[in-house]
Design a protein around this ligand. Structure first.
Ligand code: ZN
Length: 285
């Protein structure tokens, strides 16, 4: 049985990344071109994906978001201003979430049911976020990075989709919660290499990414991987970025289209919502 994996794109400005947001001045957005590159690639492969969109982008580019949804892709929330949950109180997060939900509803005429936290900032420190998401009517979250990295992550968190218990959100209890968690892929069950996407996917060779997805799929588990549309647009490299941030920010951009092309050839991918629905129905995705 072929496992359906989750393909997701976090749609924010390229200069919203933690490493860049304080150092880039007068940036060019490149956002429409970047999205077009990705939409073309997905159309070529007949694949649908989930775009987690920042509310301020949905307000500024409603036609773009509507075009993505019109091509059959799912639109989820990526917060309103791309501030990580670490920097917000529960009340501030509720406001952020509400504003982003509204911005997406205004753009596409339907509310999002899925959420991804900027910087994967759902961790033991911000576990209050789960109740805020439940109260706001969200059905799933895809923010748990089940390995500790310098900036984020929860070591020991489950690596399969599971129901979030607000009292023990990083344990696979399938307790009282109403929210499903789709953790980001770690490509080796024991080593837990954090190679779900972004910088890691740009850094690592295609054969290793493939092996990681295959390993999860062999255990019947979907791999949830993520990219940013700007990572497929070499034009962002010409933007003014301080030298020491250039390397990590733009490494591997020229080769990422070819890499994703190879992954789309080799594996089945669909939207997060589809995988959540089929995994909670008890059926195979
Ligand atoms: Zn982001």
């Amino acid at each position: 049985m072929r496992v359906s994996n989750v393909l997701s794109f976090d749609l924010e400005h390229w200069y919203s990344a933690t490493l860049l947001r304080d150092s880039v001045t007068g940036p060019v957005a490149h956002i429409e071109k970047s999205v077009d590159i990705v939409l073309d690639l997905l159309a070529e492969h007949g694949v649908t994906a989930t775009f987690f969109v920042v509310g301020e982008v949905a307000r500024r580019y409603p036609e773009l978001i509507d075009r993505i949804a019109g091509a059959g892709h799912e639109i989820g929330s990526h917060g309103d201003t791309h501030r990580p949950l670490f920097d917000l109180s529960p009340k501030q997060f509720a406001v952020e979430l509400d504003r982003s939900t509204q911005a997406i509803r205004d753009a596409i005429g339907a509310r999002p049911v899925g959420f991804r936290a900027p910087n994967f900032s759902v961790t033991p420190k911000t576990r209050w976020a789960i109740e805020v998401l439940e109260d706001a009517g969200y059905r799933y979250d895809s923010s748990v990075f089940p390995v500790r990295t310098p900036m984020y992550g929860v070591s020991g968190a489950p690596i399969r989709p599971y129901t979030l218990d607000p009292n023990a959100p990083f344990e696979e209890r399938n307790g009282n919660g109403t929210l499903t968690e789709l953790p980001l892929a770690v490509f080796h069950p024991r080593l837990k290499l954090p190679v779900a996407g972004g910088f890691y996917a740009r850094l690592l060779p295609t054969w290793l990414l493939k092996r990681g997805i295959r390993t999860l799929n062999a255990r019947g588990l979907p791999a949830t991987i993520y990219f940013h549309p700007w990572e497929f647009n070499p034009a962002v490299k010409t933007s003014t970025v301080p030298a020491h941030e250039r390397c990590i920010s733009f490494y591997g951009i020229d080769r990422l289209q070819t890499k994703l092309d190879a992954l789309l050839d080799a594996f089945a991918f669909t939207t997060a919502e589809t995988v959540v629905r089929t995994s909670t129905d008890g059926g195979e995705p």
